[in-house]
Ligand binder design. Structure first.
Ligand code: RI2
Length: 320
């Protein structure tokens, strides 16, 4: 039985009270840390079993963002290594706590680094479009703004949960010039757009990017309009199991996020679908901006192989 805190974290992630691929990864790592610190386990093996069980529960909260299993696998792989080396209970607790802190700090640093790398691609006079709410994409735009670059940002509102409003509000409060548009207006505005910058929930080994629903439509329209299409993705968004042929599962959420309950009742025969993500093929992406540098989508597999040499075992991500 997993403890209350893990159940609470599961709920927060599932109900999207905590959302954004990077944020859910850090939240899961922190939950494992809290579990280790507060556990009543009497042996290291018992604690390890608790961590594994909690990890599986947390991973099941949302199926698409690969940052979630990557962060959990990282913390648990450190625990496993320590257990195998004969760590006692206290040593295991310390190792888990340090691994969690390390993951969270690396994540924050990655977002900053992506900001400074990506900001080089923003120039005075640009019109930059972004979609949904991505810390990595926001980092690029905010960094470019801090550097004194003068540009405009167009934010799509991102139905059904309107996370684009969150982005518009953050950027506007930071002093950027922001226009919010409905998703359906993207093509109308694309002719003035120079660059589109979006985040990622998962990057597959062929360079395809899974991100918030509507991203692939934007990419298609950007391609038609010859606007550049940039993806900002920390390396824990790379999906190692796609190298083994696994597909990224697209989360389908409740129809009640799309239409209210009374409407659904009155229109029982209408099937309402609510896929949370879509897949943008590599040919519509110019570059993937990671904290390890800028990659063409077709080259991302090289980085993936380096960071995840054993894709089907516990993640090697960030291990020294
Ligand atoms: P960062 C979000 O998913 C959006 O799809 C966003 O583009 C992506 O995670 C990456 O966000 P959701 O959790 O990690 O809102 O860059 O469904 O913040």
């Amino acid at each position: 039985m997993v403890n209350e805190q893990i159940k609470e974290t599961y709920k927060l992630i599932k109900e999207m009270k905590v959302r954004g691929a990077g944020r859910i990864a850090r939240t899961a790592a922190q939950a494992l840390r809290a579990l280790a610190e507060n556990s009543h386990a009497t042996t290291a093996s018992e604690l390890y079993r608790e961590l594994k069980e909690a990890g599986e529960v947390l991973k099941s909260a949302r199926p698409t963002a690969v940052s979630l299993p990557n962060s959990i696998n990282f913390v648990i792989s450190v625990a496993k290594r320590n257990l195998d080396k004969g760590a006692d209970l206290q040593q295991l607790k310390t190792a888990v706590s340090e691994a969690s802190t390390f993951f969270c700090q690396s994540s924050e640093n990655a977002i900053k680094t992506i900001g400074s790398i990506g900001a080089k691609r923003v120039v005075d006079g640009d019109n930059v479009m972004t979609h949904c709410n991505s810390e990595a994409a926001i980092s690029i735009l905010s960094t470019a703004h801090k550097q004194g670059k003068e540009f405009d940002v167009i934010v799509t509102e991102t139905r059904p949960l309107f996370q684009g409003r969150v982005t518009a509000s953050i950027l506007s409060k930071r002093g950027l010039r922001v226009t919010l548009i409905p998703d359906s207006a993207a093509r109308l505005y694309m002719h003035k757009v120079d660059k589109v910058v979006v985040g990622a929930d998962a990057v597959a080994s062929n360079g395809a990017v899974v991100n918030k629903i509507g991203t692939s439509q934007l990419a298609l329209v950007a391609h038609e309009s010859r606007a550049r299409f940039y993806v900002a993705a920390e390396t824990y968004k790379l999906s190692p199991t796609t190298m083994l042929g696994e597909l990224v599962e697209i989360e389908e959420r409740s129809p009640l996020e799309v239409v209210p309950a009374p409407w659904l009742k009155q229109n029982r025969k209408v099937r309402v679908r609510n896929p949370a993500f879509d897949v943008t093929p590599p040919e519509y992406i110019d570059i993937v901006i990671t904290e390890r540098g800028v990659y063409p989508p077709q080259g991302i597999v090289l980085l993936m192989k380096e960071l995840y040499p054993e894709p089907d075992s516990l993640s090697q991500y960030l291990q020294s």
